[in-house]
Design a protein around this ligand. Structure first.
Ligand SMILES: Nc1ncnc2c1ncn2[C@@H]1O[C@H](COP(=O)(O)OP(=O)(O)OP(=O)(O)O)[C@@H](O)[C@H]1O
Ligand SMILES: [Mg+2]
Length: 299
């Protein structure tokens, strides 16, 4: 099982969009995916329709330290309201898409976390996700976080094998990314003496419009590489600004359903770069998909 936390100290950069779309794509290539909405604003919780809404969610997961079935909701694809073309919808390849929904708008969970010892608080997501019943049930866990430093973000960072950091391609956002990332590194390096390790970070440019801006920001991030202690690498895939992302969110489906050519390609490339062990695996509506089980015409 591989855990990715989508994190950024800046709001609105596309964290939820990436978590939802990568989750939907992984499910369509046949993997078992668990989404965890660790943002107080329940955007990921609302992204997909639910065919089963569990009575509990994040609060119980964190407070009990156990991922019990009554915290696991099941996403519904396609939702009953989906009016997309049937021939564009990927066939199900046996993947699953589950969700631990965010239920902590009133701030009680954060208050509860503040009262814990630092180490205990940091392990509150890491510990339940390392349980054999969870590692054997899921291939990938994707954790969405809020765009602000806090206990939930700390616990989500500490649970990850890898961090995915979306960056907007403007200079103000890039500087904020650099400052935010350095303070995140400082914050988490304090835990190194209790045996915690800061996961590697992969930054991805999102909502890009012009190649020139992207090059500029990529160069800036690379120049700061040493200050970021060699922990951050820049992915070569960039996610362009495209209406398909908003359309997909409105229809409660992943973007590779709405735009099976361009944005589907972007998401596949991003996924393959992010998790090299799935490189080459495609959703069934991707042009590269080869159905090895299909009967061959030998003539
Ligand atoms: N590549 C894209 N192209 C166009 N619109 C996008 C793209 N990525 C995200 N958006 C839109 O930008 C808005 C913000 O995206 P999103 O909610 O994913 O950001 P976020 O980082 O999760 O924000 P927050 O910090 O508030 O949680 C949404 O309306 C989303 O549909
Ligand atoms: Mg969000």
């Amino acid at each position: 099982m591989f855990t990715i936390t989508v994190v950024s100290t800046k709001g609105g950069v596309g964290k939820t969009t990436l978590a939802a779309n990568l989750g939907g794509l992984l499910r369509d290539i046949g993997l078992r995916v668990l989404l965890i909405d660790a943002d107080v604003q329940p955007s990921l919780t609302r992204y997909y329709a639910l065919e089963h809404e569990a009575p509990h969610g994040l609060t119980q997961l964190i407070r009990s330290g156990v991922l019990s079935p009554d915290c696991i909701s099941h996403c519904q694809l396609p939702p009953a309201s989906y009016d997309g073309k049937l021939d564009k919808m990927p066939q199900s390849l046996g993947g699953v898409l589950h969700l631990v929904r965010s239920d902590t708008r009133d701030g009680k969970l954060q208050d509860w976390m503040s009262s814990r010892m630092a180490l205990d608080m940091l392990m509150r997501l890491n510990m339940p996700l390392k349980h054999p019943s969870v590692t054997s049930a899921y291939d990938v866990v994707l954790i969405d976080t809020q765009g602000a430093i806090g206990h939930l973000q700390d616990a989500a960072v500490n649970a990850a094998d890898q961090l995915l950091v979306p960056v907007s391609p403007d200079i103000v956002s890039a500087r904020e990314f650099l400052d935010g990332t350095i303070s995140l590194l400082d914050r988490h390096e304090c835990t190194a003496n209790v045996g915690m390790k800061m996961p590697p970070m992969k930054a991805v440019l999102t909502r890009t419009e012009k190649t020139k801006d992207c090059n500029l920001i990529s160069d800036l991030v690379r120049e700061q590489f040493i200050e970021m202690r060699g922990r951050v690498s820049m992915l070569s895939t960039v996610v362009p600004a495209a209406v398909a992302y908003r359309k997909a969110a409105t229809s409660q489906v992943p973007v590779h359903w709405v735009d099976p050519l361009k944005q589907s390609d972007v998401m596949h490339k991003l996924l393959w770069e992010l998790i090299p062990s799935v490189a080459g695996m495609c959703a069934s509506n991707h042009p590269d998909f080869i159905d090895l089980n299909a009967p061959h015409d030998d003539n």
